[in-house]
Structures are given as C-alpha cells and as structure tokens.
Design a protein around this ligand. Structure first.
Ligand code: NIG
Ligand code: FE
Length: 426
C-alpha cells in the first residue's frame, strides 16, 4: 500500500533525540510512505514514490499530516473502580499524599482491584485502550501496581498480556509491585520491601518463563517518593530486579526530590518518570546517561498543581525528553497523547515539534523500542497516523478533541470514524 499526498510527512528519522536535537521532525512535503507486510518499505516524495510503485494500491492522505503513531511509555491503565470522590477532596484542598497516608488514593484502587476478576479488569480496561488507539496511541506501556500482593500483581500481568493479544495496539508490560506499601504492611514497610525482593521478583522471573516464553522480560518500576518507597528501598528493589535481568524504570521526584532520578541513571534504567522536583544535579546525572526523562504533564494538570517537569533544563543539560499520559484513576485519567502534547507545549514550554518527537521516537526509546517504532524509516513497523490537519503545529495548538483521521497499525488501516461507529468498540 502506498500512502501519498501528505501535506507534511514527519519521518522523525535518525534515532532518539537528545538535548537541542529534540524536535527534528524530518519533514517531507507532499510525502508518501510505502507499506509492505506491516513494515515500512519506502519513504519519500509522492511524485517519486508513485513513479517507482505505479501499481501499488494507493491511500490518498488528501493533504493531511502523516506521522508515526504515538508511543505512550507510562500508564497505569489497568485498574478497577474510580476515584471521583477523591477528586472533589483534592479540589477542596486535601493533598494527594495526605489522601494516600489516610489509606485512600492508590490503596483505595488496590481494594477494588483485588476484588475484581481478570474478566472484570479486562472489561474495564478495554475501553481505555480503545480510546487511546482512536486518539493515535499505537504502543502503550501498562504497569501493574494495584495488587500489592503476589496473586493480584500476577493477575494484572496476565490480564495485560491477554489484552495485548486482543487489542490492535501493542502493549509493553511493567511490574510495579512497588507502587505503594501494601496495606497489610503499613506499620512494617521494610517487610513489604523484603517480600518484593525475596518473593515477588524471583517468582515473577520464573512465572514469565511459563506465561510469556520468548517474550522480553517486563520492566520493573518503583514509586520512589515520600510516603511510598525511600531511596534505599528503591535501590534494593531495583538492584535485585537488575540482577534478575529485568530492565528498569522509576517514578521519581513527583512531589519531593529524594534522589530517584540519579539512582535511575546510576542503575542504567530505561527511564525516570515525573521529574517535577528534580534537582539540577540529578538532571545533570540523567543527562549523562542513556536514561530517558519522561514528563507526565497530565499529572500536575490532573491534580491542579502548578509545577511541571522542567523540560528546558533537561534539554539544556543534553538529556533525552519523552512524554507520557500516566493514565491512572488517581491523578490523570486521560487517554489522549494529543492532550499531553497540548499541555507540554504550554506548561513544559516546549514547541509542538519537540513535543511530537518526545511522544514518538523518544517515547519509543523510553521503552527501548526505538529500533522498531517511533519513526517512519525503512524496515520499521508500519504504525502511523493520518491527522486531519494541514500543518503539524495544529498538534499542541488545538486541544480537547481528536485530530486523528486514520490509524495505521502494522500496516492495517483503521479509519477513526469506523472505530467510533463500531458498537463493540466502547
Ligand atoms: O504516576 N505516582 C504514582 N502513581 C501514579 C498515580 C497512581 C494513583 O494515584 O492511582 C502516578 O501519578
Ligand atoms: Fe505513574
């Protein structure tokens, strides 16, 4: 199939973009892309590609913008129940960490999730994934973390792996048994850390061999934060995970600067995420590493807070910046990377071009998948979007709706109006 007549074809070619290189879109005007067997087989000007491939079935992009599918490298998209009542408490001035300390917050979602069957969890998650897909996310990371006990954490992982089979988007799993101190261990948190280190992680390693043979190991993530896991506990968990061969991620500096970002850099984590309160020294440590800094602007927005990830500091330090939705029931129930781009432009003070690179090739790097997805280059997976806009800057500039006209996933074409008309879709 030859997709042609894109007003602008954003290739994002050349690999992950560090520092000032962020925002290199690789624009081809009147662009075209050839897709064969679910992969990209050629990229160039429409006139050239139509001359080279005259008999290829054509899809006319009609002067719209074509770019790689969005990669959302940080979500908690699988959970049961909701926290609408807590939203009102937060608006009335009770803080996120206060609610967590009172046994609400993450723990309230844990109570609902532990009670939910795998079928119920999947039924509640599927509409979220479909909204993500219809809004242009073609690969999404999903974390466990609302079980905080071995059985439920593994049930969540199993549900995630099955959803990956059932849904058109690709799902990358992350084990977040260290999302909060399990309620049973409230008074003896170190024992919960020991449970993760001595039982959950080794068990997960063995479980993976039988439940996902041949599939790369999931990421292991820790919520390194005041009221969750200390820096020392985070180190213990991540070092154990690393020894077992798991790739790493971390939640760092969402509310307090306790050193998680530097730990991520030291341990070679794929990404350090949130980074709202990160010190200049920790930003410098990240920037010297391959660890991607992932900004989640939906989270301060969702919490009605004013501080956002300091994107310009990360860029000046020469770090990798990516964006993600953090889709979760407590701080940011939002499935749209388009909205994340709009927030990032305004509150993280980056340009639409920088935000687009952060939501595609750099987001792919945060999942260590930049060799397969995140750009339109020969040999890569054919995951792309046709946006109903004439110029890429409409991304960011416009917000609150859906600019996606067509999603193409592994070469399969999904017009958005058809997705939305499908009654089984929602
Ligand atoms: O990334 N910070 C920790 N985890 C989520 C929130 C999860 C929740 O509140 O349920 C986050 O913001
Ligand atoms: Fe998160």
């Amino acid at each position: 199939m030859l997709i042609h007549s894109a007003s602008q074809l954003l290739t994002l070619a050349g690999g992950p973009q560090r520092g000032q290189a962020l925002g290199t879109l690789g624009i081809i005007e009147d662009g075209a892309v050839l897709i064969r067997d679910g992969k990209i087989a050629d990229v160039g000007r429409s006139s050239d590609l139509r001359a080279t491939w005259p008999d290829e079935p054509a899809l006319d992009a009609g002067g719209r913008v074509v770019l790689p599918g969005f990669v959302d490298p940080h979500t908690h998209a699988i959970w049961a129940g909701d926290r609408a009542a807590e939203f009102e408490m937060k608006l009335a001035g009770v803080s996120y960490l206060e609610i967590l300390a009172q046994g609400g917050g993450i723990i309230s979602t844990v109570r609902a999730t532990r009670r939910a069957s795998i079928e119920a969890l999947q039924a509640q998650t599927r509409p979220r994934l479909r909204r993500m897909f219809a809004h242009g996310t073609t690969t999404v990371e999903i974390k466990t973390g609302y079980g905080l006990q071995t059985s439920t954490e593994l049930r969540l992982l199993k549900a995630i792996l099955q959803l990956d089979q059932l849904e058109p988007l690709d799902i990358v799993p992350t084990f977040l048994g260290a999302h909060a101190i399990a309620p049973e261990y409230k008074e003896r948190p170190q024992e919960y850390v020991q449970l993760i280190v001595h039982t959950m992680l080794p068990l997960l390693r063995a479980w993976w061999e039988t439940h996902a043979p041949g599939r790369p190991l999931p990421f292991v993530d820790v919520f390194c934060e005041t009221g969750a896991f200390t820096l020392e506990q985070s180190r213990q968990i991540l070092e154990t995970a690393r020894k077992l061969g798991f790739p790493l991620k971390i939640h760092a500096d969402e509310f307090d600067n306790i050193g998680g970002a530097a730990l991520a850099a030291e341990l070679g984590a794929a990404s350090a995420d949130h980074l709202v309160k990160t010190s200049a020294a920790d930003i410098a440590a990240l920037a010297r590493s391959e660890t991607v800094a992932v900004g989640l602007p939906g989270t301060p927005f969702g919490l009605a807070e004013c501080a956002y990830t300091p994107a310009q500091a990360i860029i000046s330090a020469d770090g990798y910046l990516a964006l993600a939705s953090d889709c979760n029931p407590g701080t940011a129930w939002n499935e749209s990377m388009q909205f994340i781009i709009a927030l990032a432009c305004r509150y993280m003070k980056i340009t639409p071009a920088q935000a687009i690179a952060a939501a595609t090739i750099n987001a792919a790097h945060a999942l260590r998948l930049a060799d397969r997805i995140g750009s339109l280059e020969i040999g890569k997976q054919a995951d792309l979007l046709i946006l109903d806009i004439p110029d890429y800057r409409h991304l960011g500039y416009r917000f609150g709706g859906n600019l996606v006209h067509t999603v193409i996933k592994k070469g399969r074409v999904y017009p958005v109006h058809k997705l939305l008309a499908d009654e089984t879709w929602n």
